[in-house]
Write a protein that binds this ligand. Structure first.
Ligand code: GCB
Length: 612
């Protein structure tokens, strides 16, 4: 259904990458009908010629960059623009294909180059691109002007969904006053969140690669498929090399298998002294046409491993895997959801300090660079799509479902080759007790399984087993619960009974392995009280401890993992339940430990020794 592949841009002898990160011109369209940019066709001239601009860093959310509350809470179109020189040889060589790629922008984007529209894309968190070769060749000596308009308005058909509510009482609200209502618990950060790149490939090029891996005894098997764009007399040479660059196996043609003797499997961190083992699969293309020859090369890291699920276990390489990990957000001070290497590396160091072997990309796909790190470090990922906050019955309608299916197409296309990704999560805490949820989740899960036959599929539920309409379709039950927090507030003593009952009900009904995909309590760092009270560090610790006692009872039965909510404090919309954001982090938003971080660290390293 999707047009072509979405390989991560990479440099090789035949490909170049140019990053367009830095300061862009920026303007939010605050006109009364929020549409002046289109009415006046801002993309036709330089943005600086149609009104005032400010400097805006890319990548970053725009919300927390200025002192202006209107921009922080802005809903509507914002405009980004920058000019860039395209290397002359990219222009003169007709055999070079130039692509403009946006790693992600939230939520709806339209892109122009020199005033001509080149693409539009719906949805944050996933990349989109456009070939601009012929456009830049029209005016070869001029810098190329890239304009990107981004709109963060959410509707019942977007993922995540939201609604706009106009306040019509003119005695209480000014004309045109509206609010965006959302049913998810994180700030709706917006803007260009990941790198903008120009990259080249040869005109005839490797467009997509898929691998599936398996092994038997000591022999690994990599089945691959390569698709090529253009050409007619194409020769594909595939070479697999080990970590040290030594030849392992080779093949020719657009699909086939590579046999790996004495295979070194991809193992999760802590299960093996040599985690995250990656081979390199070099795909080399020579295409000969009547007039020219094209050559291309793309190297894909490949981890050889298998995933299987039984009634009671989650198996990696046929060994039971126990998830002891975290839920995260792409979230930090000032940059919001913007890609930031120092933050990413710090988070990996903190995860290793904790003894984390896995995380869920709550509640949207994370940057590809993060998944690449997980591949290399052997950290296991539950890859979640932005299907969060589906609470309104109107969000189960066909238009919403159709878009949700496309998002899964895009997610699987982007992430299918990562060994670290072991399961897809199609949603978080939908209103899965509503009757239309059954058809919705049956369709969504079947669709995802058809896209990828090698990974289990789930969605994360908050419903009880006897209420959940999607329960029959998931491979693993991922259940969230907040006993002694949102219910029975302050009553830590009810946790053992309620949590055990909850698990038993799920297991009895579906005989599927269960993961505690969220649990936790807010703690304001520095607040202390004994006996514990809600919001203190002691209460957070005591709540986690009670949950852990139940986990340990069920661990040898059907219980296969625990993911704390949350790794770090994160920003939310304003409201009476949130004191400058969600404080369920075991680290603060600045990544300093609360008492709970030490509790979990002790537990996770113990689990690492007991279960791997
Ligand atoms: C949940 C949601 C998560 C929230 C969390 C909370 O169930 O999945 O997005 O942040 O609870 O703290 O309320």
């Amino acid at each position: 259904p999707l047009d072509g592949g979405m390989l991560f841009p990479q440099e090789s002898s035949f490909r170049e990458v140019k990053e367009l990160n830095g300061l862009w011109d920026f303007r939010a369209d605050g006109s009364p009908n929020r549409n002046e940019g289109f009415e006046k066709a801002w993309y036709k001239r330089r943005l600086t010629e149609t009104g005032p601009v400010i400097e805006m860093p890319v990548p970053a959310s725009y919300n927390d960059i200025t002192q202006d509350p209107t921009l922080r809470d802005f809903i509507g179109w914002v405009w980004y623009e920058r000019e860039v020189f395209v290397p002359a040889r990219w222009i003169s060589d007709e055999g070079t294909r130039v692509v403009l790629r946006v790693g992600s922008a939230h939520y709806y984007s339209i892109v122009w180059v020199n005033g001509e529209k080149v693409t539009e894309h719906e949805g944050g968190h996933l990349p989109f691109e456009a070939e601009i070769s012929s456009l830049i060749r029209k005016e070869p000596t001029k810098p190329c002007r890239i304009t990107i308009a981004v709109n963060n308005t959410l509707t019942l058909e977007t993922l995540p969904p939201g609604t706009i509510q106009y306040m019509n009482d003119s005695s209480r609200y000014p004309d045109g006053f509206f609010v965006q209502n959302i049913d998810f618990d994180f700030f709706n950060y917006a803007g260009i969140h990941r790198s903008v790149l120009l990259y080249t490939t040869p005109k005839v090029h490797v467009d997509d690669i898929s691998v599936e891996t398996n092994f038997m005894d000591n022999t690994g098997l990599v089945r691959y498929k390569v698709s090529v764009q253009g050409g007619f007399n194409n020769t594909l040479n595939i070479t697999l090399m080990d970590k040290d660059g030594h030849f392992v196996a080779s093949s020719t043609g657009s699909s086939g298998g590579l046999k790996v003797v004495d295979v070194k499997l991809w193992w999760p961190y802590l299960m093996h002294e040599n985690p995250g083992y990656l081979y390199s699969m070099k795909v080399h293309l020579i295409a000969v046409s009547e007039t020219s020859t094209y050559e291309d090369e793309y190297t894909l890291p490949v981890g050889i491993r298998t995933i299987n699920v039984t009634n009671t276990q989650f198996l990696i390489n046929n060994k039971p895997f126990y998830f002891h990990g975290v839920n995260k957000h792409e979230d930090s001070d000032i940059r919001g959801r913007g890609f930031d290497w120092p933050l990413i590396v710090k988070d990996f160091n903190l995860m290793k300090w904790l003894g984390v072997n896995s995380f869920r990309t709550s509640h949207y796909p994370y940057a590809e660079e993060i998944l690449q790190m997980c591949d290399r470090h052997g950290i296991v990922v539950i890859d979640e799509c932005p299907g969060v906050g589906i609470k309104d019955i109107r969000s189960f309608r066909n238009a919403s479902l159709s878009h949700h299916l496309v998002v899964m197409d895009e997610l699987v296309r982007r992430d299918k080759n990562h060994p670290s990704v072991v399961m897809w999560s199609v949603a978080n805490e939908p209103a899965s007790e509503m009757p239309p949820a059954e058809f919705y989740f049956k369709t969504l899960i079947e669709h995802t399984k058809a896209l990828d036959q090698t990974r289990p599929v789930t969605y994360v539920t908050i419903a009880a087993a006897d209420m959940d309409k999607g329960g029959p379709y998931v491979d693993v039950v991922c259940a969230n619960s907040y006993f002694a927090w949102y219910f029975d507030q302050g009553r830590l003593d009810i946790i053992p009974l309620q949590l055990s009952t909850h698990f038993e009900n799920w297991y009895r009904k579906y005989q599927r392995p269960i993961i505690q995909s969220e649990y936790g309590a807010d703690a304001v760092p520095g607040l202390h009280m004994d006996p514990p009270m809600m919001f203190t560090e002691e209460y957070q610790n005591a709540l986690l401890q009670s949950y852990h006692d139940v986990f340990d009872q069920k661990r040898n039965q059907y219980f296969v993992g625990e993911l704390i909510w949350n790794f770090a404090d994160f920003m939310t919309s304003q409201g009476i339940y949130r004191v400058v954001g969600n404080k369920k982090g075991i680290f603060t938003r600045q990544r300093q430990p609360k008492a709970a971080a030490f509790l979990l660290r002790k537990r996770y390293w113990r689990l690492a020794n007991e279960t791997g």
